[in-house]
Design a protein around this ligand. Structure first.
Ligand SMILES: Cc1cc2nc3c(=O)[nH]c(=O)nc-3n(C[C@H](O)[C@H](O)[C@H](O)COP(=O)(O)OP(=O)(O)OC[C@H]3O[C@@H](n4cnc5c(N)ncnc54)[C@H](O)[C@@H]3O)c2cc1C
Length: 418
């Protein structure tokens, strides 16, 4: 792609109409849309996804989540203070480049797109209009200064500082901005109201390996939970030395089928603890199930999983038992035997909580940004990504995030040319 460059090739100072920080799910369509009329710089801290086989196929999903390092891998792993392992995208395309690819639209309340705004922006990978992408460009600072065009008491974003792979710093600024005193703007709610939808469920090894598939269909219940299923080939360590089996140092690969539920919302919120090095993960705590409504939604969803497991179709996934009868072969905890016991079901939710990687919030509308996603009290700075949501849009968020970038780009173009 002719418009993608390594950040090391950039001058130490350059000017653009708009600077988009983060070439992610919302950032890419936002930049592409604005580039129809403006000179845009898109700064992405990671590299490009092309030429990385694990990002190109669903079989590579687990590999890209496990093949990780501190600074370069497309997935950046982190474990929240709740003890749940998690990941975020660090590559052009953002988390949609490493995710499971399941695409679902938001519900009616989320329909941002008014008549006439179409998701297709007419661009292909070959387009060269107005956009320059810098990869391996970690933005470290957004520069703020009093803005005389409005009032001196109001701050305006006047540029960003990013660091390339060799450690060299670059300044990128909107045209006509002047250097001023760098002042931090105090927004007490930044990093608060963080949400991560808990994922709970069961995993089984079926007698016949099913076709490998990530999420393809979602069951929408009316009790606050969505049901999803996936299968994965997972390496297991070979059994320890045995007189009967000659063990090999290589792992045994098994297909594991997982039936899971994500709860709507959630209401339980967490916070992000500050870290000054942008290359490192922030420390986050999601406080899963601190709200009792979330626990009840999880219990409802877990009971629905039990209903699914009892269906005739699921019989083929069972094994004959040694002493008669048939049952599933579980990897990890099974559902409580007595599903009518609320206490046991709640405990199952707490014990097996995991992430479905739909975390959101931290810069929510009304607290950090206004309805137009402008940062409160600052000119020239918007937040356009999953951090503005107080609920995860419908079953899976990426479609809404792609459209959010496109939509905000269209709104900005219309604002300027009204
Ligand atoms: C493993 C996984 C599986 C998922 N599966 C699905 C699924 O199947 N379906 C679905 O709908 N959703 C799925 N999701 C959720 C969905 O992918 C995310 O909600 C969505 O991509 C978030 O979009 P975003 O624009 O908010 O952020 P992102 O797409 O994560 O973009 C943020 C970008 O900003 C860059 N960046 C961050 N800091 C800096 C900096 N300082 N300087 C420069 N660049 C920076 C990052 O490298 C990244 O590219 C999954 C997520 C994960 C992690």
């Amino acid at each position: 792609m002719k418009f993608v460059f390594n950040a090391t090739e950039f001058p130490s100072e350059d000017y653009y109409d708009y600077i988009v920080v983060g070439g992610g799910t919302a950032g890419c369509p936002l930049a592409a849309t604005l580039s129809e009329k403006y000179k845009i710089l898109l700064l992405e801290r990671g590299g490009v996804p092309y030429g990385r086989p694990s990002l190109m196929t669903q079989e590579g999903f687990l590999t890209s989540l496990t093949d990780i390092d501190d600074f370069e891998s497309p997935a950046q792993a982190f474990t929240s203070e709740d003890g749940v392992p998690n990941a975020r995208g660090r590559i052009l395309g953002g988390s949609s480049a490493i995710n499971a690819g399941f695409y679902s639209r938001a519900d009616q309340d989320f329909i941002l797109v008014e008549a006439g705004i179409d998701p297709f922006n007419g661009f292909s990978l070959d387009h060269v209009i107005g956009i320059k992408i810098a990869v391996y460009a970690s933005v470290e600072r957004i520069l703020l200064a009093p803005n005389s065009a409005y009032s001196l008491s109001k701050q305006a974003a006047i540029g960003v500082i990013f660091r390339d792979q060799s450690g060299r710093y670059h300044h990128a600024m909107p045209y006509l901005s002047t250097w001023g005193i760098v002042v931090a703007h105090h927004l007490p709610y930044v990093g608060k109201f963080l949400f991560d939808n808990p994922r709970n469920g069961i995993s089984i090894v079926p007698p016949m390996p099913p076709e490998h598939s990530l999420i393809q269909v979602v069951g929408i219940t009316n009790s606050g939970a969505y049901l999803e299923a996936a299968s994965n080939v997972i390496p297991f360590a070979s059994p320890a030395n045995s007189v009967f089996i000659r063990t090999s140092p290589s792992p045994v690969y098994l297909t594991v089928a997982t039936l899971m539920e994500k709860i709507v919302g959630p209401v339980s919120s967490g916070l992000r603890l500050a870290s000054t090095d942008v290359r490192l993960n922030p420390i986050v705590q999601f406080n899963y199930f601190s709200n009792t409504g979330d626990v009840e939604r999880c219990v409802n969803g877990t009971r629905k999983i039990a209903d699914v497991l009892r269906t005739r179709t699921m019989e083929i996934f069972k094994f004959d038992q040694w002493f008669g009868g048939r049952d599933f072969r579980y990897v990890g905890p099974a559902l409580p035997v007595d599903e009518s016991n609320d206490e046991l079901m709640r405990e199952f939710c707490h014990q097996t909580v995991n992430t479905i990687w739909h975390y959101h919030g931290g810069c929510v509308v009304g607290k950090v940004v206004d309805q137009n996603l402008r940062v409160l009290g600052i000119e020239g700075l918007r937040v356009v990504d999953g951090s503005i949501f107080t609920v995860s849009p419908r079953t899976n968020p990426q479609a809404t995030l792609l459209m959010l970038g496109r939509y905000v780009g269209m709104v900005m173009l219309r604002e300027k040319f009204r």
